[in-house]
Write a protein that binds this ligand. Structure first.
Ligand SMILES: [Zn+2]
Length: 181
């Protein structure tokens, strides 16, 4: 789940933001009400990670020029930090949930992690003044890519991502608020 805290990886782009840091750019004045949720913290870390990615991009890339293709590039870049074994179609364990032996197939970001990440970045983009219609994280190409990843990982790992729909009791948790018009 956690895309930015691979402690073992020296190339990690993670940025630790201390919510109590007086140098934080937060403009909230009362510390009493400043109790960001886990989601908010993760969203800020993701946003910082993406910002670093843009700064390190060659050629340099600014947020305003960023489109869906760049977001896809970012997602593929993150795969190197993934921890989810995704079997190649040629692997004898393709489609096996619990492979009996190790195999050289690559580790990737799990679809669920990417999907949640894109949701947070999409929200963060608009919170930082981006226009919804220009939101690169909401681009059609990104949606299609995520669907492709989901379908392939479901097959490769022998798991189903459709489980929730079959449950008789739907979870009625409201979506996280904070979408400021
Ligand atoms: Zn394999």
């Amino acid at each position: 789940m956690d895309l930015v805290s691979q402690s073992g990886n020296p190339n990690s782009v993670s940025t630790i933001i201390n919510p109590n840091n007086p140098n934080s750019s937060s403009t909230i004045s009362s510390p009493a009400v400043y109790a960001p949720s886990r989601y908010e913290n993760q969203k800020r870390r993701d946003w910082n990670t993406f910002g670093q990615y843009l700064r390190n991009h060659r050629p340099p890339l600014s947020l305003s020029l960023c489109n869906g293709a760049h977001v896809l590039e970012f997602l593929r870049y993150l795969d190197q930090f993934g921890k989810t074994k995704v079997h190649n179609q040629t692997c004898p364990f393709f489609g096996l949930k619990n492979p009996p032996a190790p195999c050289p197939c690559p580790l990737r970001q799990a679809w669920g992690s990417l999907d949640a990440l894109i949701g947070r970045l999409r929200a963060a983009y608009e919170e930082h003044g981006g226009k919804p219609e220009a939101n690169p994280f909401g681009a059609r190409a990104v949606r299609l890519y995520l669907r492709e990843v989901r379908d392939f990982q479901a097959k490769a790992r022998g798991v189903s991502y459709e489980k929730k729909r079959k449950r008789s009791k739907p979870k009625l948790a409201p979506p996280p608020a904070g979408a400021s018009q």
